[in-house]
Design a protein around this ligand. Structure first.
Ligand code: SF4
Length: 503
């Protein structure tokens, strides 16, 4: 069973990497959805479809919280959206304001206690919060809240955000001021939706690390979602992305007064303190977001297509008979490669659609099982062929190595591996599970030739970070896991700070 520890190549002399212990935190990649809708009798059903479209962002637990005339109704469980909710449960989730969450976590944190939305009891009633991203100053937030006697059940960074808001409300702040002050104090990645009895709030971190958008349904209901594919499924029209550092608040009566008088629901927009810059995670574009989502006004599908074209341009001297994707994440880039190179695109690997993404399974054992169960080669198509095999990334290398062996075993003559991203060399502190540098093959083997030999492929080409950024079409996406440049800093930068003073 190959793992990072079984890689036979000597490790590069990079002591600052090899000495590093895995970052201990609740790294998560999640989907969030929020809705304010006075006219809908079936708020739970709308939330269900929104979460269903965001299932790819988290498959361990999910939940929703709705307020019906200020009365909180909450349902969350471990499992997929269609396992956790049924007609009976959804029928009971009526209301006017609601938020939902799909969650993925790393080892140790996959339990119902950390499922979201989180709930805190404030002096003004219940407040619920759902969070996508990962905070990097959790230690100082936790210490601060502990010193004020505010730690309770739940240990996630999302709980800390909700508790911080509650602490500030208890100090006499208005809801708006409490949310702003709490968000000012949070460092790292967060796209959050917050609901109270009559108010829906969205907030995005100052670097805009995780995607977050706003839309409206035909009847004027306000929707916030991690990706536009969740707007589409509930019949909402995309209005715009939520800006880095922006907080949006919509109060039920006020929103609808505006809607009736001016045709525009009244939403208050204001910003957190400190510098803001758009540093959206480039990995969202490469891999994580759904290809039918629009981010920054650009289609994720087109981005991946252009990555594939770029790969073909820099591999122009490679002769091959077919281009095959590693489904599903390599599909679009493989089409781009084929169009640019003129080499026919074929489906050479059939995916079992009922196996989750191996990349985000919570334990090593589950990941290994996932690899074996996931793909089956089409021998008739592949035998005797020189194949360009397109994948989105190589993280640990074990999946790719098993895949290459499978292709060679079924008679593929040559495997030319083409990766539509750069080498993943550094961990992500902003919410995607690749937290241990020692697990990253490109961190352990800086040389492409060593990785090629380890994988057993005839040739191996990655894109460069510059390629990814130029194709993205905006200035400064986060590329930290490829470049080591962390736009929002790392946990070490905030280890000894007091919340709120760094902004
Ligand atoms: S480190 Fe990588 S995965 Fe994490 S936010 Fe940056 S680009 Fe995305």
């Amino acid at each position: 069973m190959p793992s990072s520890d079984s890689i036979s190549q000597p490790r590069q002399a990079t002591p600052e990497f090899t000495d590093m212990v895995p970052y201990k935190s609740i790294n998560e990649e999640c989907g969030v959805f929020g809705i304010l809708d006075r006219s809908s009798a079936g708020l739970g059903h709308t939330l269900y479809f929104g979460l269903y479209a965001l299932q790819h962002r988290g498959q361990e637990s999910c939940g929703m919280a709705v307020f019906d005339n200020h009365q909180l109704r909450l349902h969350k469980e471990m499992g997929l959206v269609n396992q956790v909710f049924n007609e009976h449960v959804l029928d009971s989730l009526t209301g006017q304001v609601g938020i939902g969450h799909t969650r993925y976590s790393t080892t140790g944190a996959s339990n119902l206690g950390n499922a979201q939305p989180v709930v805190v009891r404030t002096p003004f009633g219940a407040l619920t919060l759902a969070h996508n991203g990962n905070l990097i100053n959790t230690d100082s937030l936790r210490e601060f809240l502990e010193s004020k006697g505010y730690l309770g059940h739940g240990n996630s960074d999302s709980h800390l955000m909700a508790l911080y808001i509650n602490y500030l409300l208890n100090q006499g702040r208005s809801l708006k001021d409490a949310v702003k002050e709490a968000m000012d104090a949070c460092e790292g990645a967060f796209s959050v939706v917050i609901a109270t009895g009559d108010t829906l709030i969205a907030a995005r971190d100052r670097h805009g690390l995780r995607p977050f958008c706003m839309g409206k349904t035909k009847n004027g209901a306000l929707v916030f979602a991690s990706e536009t594919c969740a707007l589409d499924i509930v019949g909402a029209t995309y209005e715009r992305d939520i800006m880095p550092g922006e907080i949006l608040i919509a109060e039920l009566d006020d929103y609808y007064t505006g809607l009736h008088l001016e045709g525009q629901g009244r939403i208050e927009s204001f910003f957190m303190e400190g510098p803001k810059k758009e540093n959206l995670c480039v990995f969202e574009l490469v891999y994580f977001a759904r290809p039918d989502s629009i981010i920054h006004g650009h289609s994720v599908y087109n981005y991946r297509m252009n990555l594939g074209r770029r790969l073909a341009q820099i591999s122009a001297d490679t002769e091959a008979d077919i281009v095959i994707p590693v489904p599903d994440s390599g599909n679009v880039a493989a089409v781009g490669y084929s169009r640019e190179s003129g080499i026919p695109y074929v489906e050479g690997l059939i995916k079992n659609r009922y196996v989750g993404r191996t990349f985000i399974s919570p334990t090593h054992e589950l990941r290994e099982k996932g690899i074996q169960l996931k793909l089956n080669p089409l021998k008739d198509v592949l035998q005797g062929k020189r194949a360009i095999v397109v994948d989105d990334s190589i993280v640990r290398g074990n999946t790719s190595r098993n895949l290459v062996k499978m292709l060679k075993d079924c008679g593929v003559k040559e495997v030319h591996f083409r990766i539509s991203s750069a080498k993943v060399t550094h961990p992500c502190f902003y919410g995607i599970d690749m937290s241990n540098k020692k697990e990253l093959i490109a961190n352990q083997m800086e040389d492409t030739e060593a990785i090629r030999k380890y994988l057993g492929v005839d040739s191996l080409v990655y894109l460069s970070v510059e390629d990814m950024v130029s194709v993205a079409g905006y200035d400064a996406p986060c590329t930290a896991c490829f470049s080591g440049q962390y736009p929002a800093g790392t946990p070490d930068d905030f280890a000894a700070t007091v919340p709120g003073v760094s902004v």
